[in-house]
Design a protein around this ligand. Structure first.
Ligand SMILES: CCC/C=C/C(=O)SCCNC(=O)CCNC(=O)[C@H](O)C(C)(C)COP(=O)([O-])OP(=O)([O-])OC[C@H]1O[C@@H](n2cnc3c(N)ncnc32)[C@H](O)[C@@H]1OP(=O)([O-])[O-]
Length: 343
């Protein structure tokens, strides 16, 4: 489709948009653990950037990872005011390996690019505009606006808009900047490889011509791509989402079930965790029966819980709700509390 649009002489400019209100969330992470299929992203982006006619990205929803890298290959970027943009690859144990680490610093400068690439944070359209990451933000239909814009620049050469040809904006003391950032990133990364590789890739953008920078990006990405850390972080991405899908054997799900008010609870076992749970429940206004079969543990727990409740009440300037808790050492007298549990 893109080849057709670029080679058709009747087409004077092109708009790339997403589907269902989303520009692109990036590569399919599941594909990273199996042989890659489909066209390779780097040559696709190079083809877009080197097009002889203007190409405009119409960014709605999200432009993340490879999606933002594709937008960086376009000559103009128009974003919806609700859009979010970012290069979150670092959270997957990777770096923006389709030219993102080389184009972003050339577009928005080294410090801002280091921030976005090493933290993986998403920016709003407003911040993207401020950073120079997008050219225009609209509240209207983004694709319509991008088409209007593309028609208005149809007779202009995109030559001066190819980010790969931009010099990286100069910084007064590049060595000091990278030394400082690397130190902070290493501290924060606690042994993670990707954030450090991200800094190295941006350094390549700041110090090498684009083709050599791309080669360095490729080398760094190759090391990360097969690392155990990347696999673990990608597993973590899906595991986090799976947690949100849990259901009870009855089929009940946290997001489809109405909350039930809890007035009474029993905490079984008054070790460190049980004491904390009992205190939290009492402070939330729940009547608690705290059960512990070990007499010595029970005596210690009573004292510890009372002083925690007193300290908490003092901080909040209220009376301690000591009457909300009863203690028991008789396991056979488990009450019919709405909530029963213990560590
Ligand atoms: C050289 C290569 C260069 C390119 C590298 C990259 O682009 S790296 C990529 C860089 N990009 C990123 O790191 C972006 C990662 N994604 C996100 O940040 C968010 O998912 C979101 C903001 C896109 C949507 O948030 P939201 O709260 O609206 O929705 P949600 O989060 O609940 O997800 C809905 C469903 O989609 C699934 N899924 C989502 N993304 C991916 C994916 N990339 N892949 C596969 N699956 C993905 C997700 O598992 C879930 O599936 P389920 O559980 O229903 O079976």
């Amino acid at each position: 489709m893109m080849d057709k649009a670029l080679s058709d002489r009747k087409v004077k400019s092109v708009v790339i948009c997403g589907h269902n209100g989303k520009f692109c969330g990036g590569a399919d992470i599941r594909e990273f653990s199996s042989p890659l299929t489909g066209p390779l992203l780097i040559p696709v982006i190079q083809g877009v950037e080197s097009a002889a006619k203007p190409v405009v990205a119409a960014i709605e929803g999200v432009a993340l990872g490879g999606g933002l890298e594709l937008a960086l290959g376009c000559h103009y970027r128009i974003a919806n005011s609700k859009a979010r943009l970012g290069l979150p690859e670092v959270h997957l144990g990777l770096l923006p390996g389709a030219g993102g680490s080389q184009r972003l610093p050339r577009l928005i400068g080294v410090p801002a690019a280091l921030d976005l690439i090493t933290t993986g944070r998403h920016v709003t359209a407003a911040e993207a505009l401020q950073l120079g990451l997008v050219d225009r933000v609209t509240d209207r239909n983004t694709v319509d606006e991008a088409v209007k814009f593309a028609l208005s620049v149809a007779d202009q050469s995109p030559q001066s808009r190819r980010i790969s040809t931009f010099p990286c904006p100069r910084h007064p003391d590049l060595d000091a900047l990278f030394e400082d950032v690397m130190q902070r990133v290493r501290q924060r990364a606690r042994g993670a490889l990707a954030p450090v590789a991200c800094v190295r890739a941006v350094r390549a953008a700041a110090t090498l011509p684009f083709p050599q920078g791309m080669e360095r990006e490729r080398e760094l990405m190759a090391t990360l791509f097969t690392s155990g850390q990347a696999r673990a972080q990608q597993y973590h991405f899906f595991a986090q989402r799976a947690v949100g899908r849990w259901s009870m054997p009855s089929g009940a799900r946290w997001d489809k079930t109405k909350p039930v008010a809890v007035h009474k609870a029993m905490v079984i076992g008054l070790g460190t965790m049980g004491r904390g749970i009992a205190v939290a429940l009492v402070q939330a206004g729940v009547s608690v029966v705290a059960m512990e079969t070990n007499e010595k543990q029970l005596t210690d727990a009573k004292q510890a819980i009372s002083s925690m409740l007193e300290r908490g009440a003092k901080r909040r300037g209220v009376a301690p709700a000591l009457d909300k808790i009863r203690y028991s050492s008789d396991h056979s007298r488990r009450s019919r509390s709405a909530l029963t549990g213990g560590p």
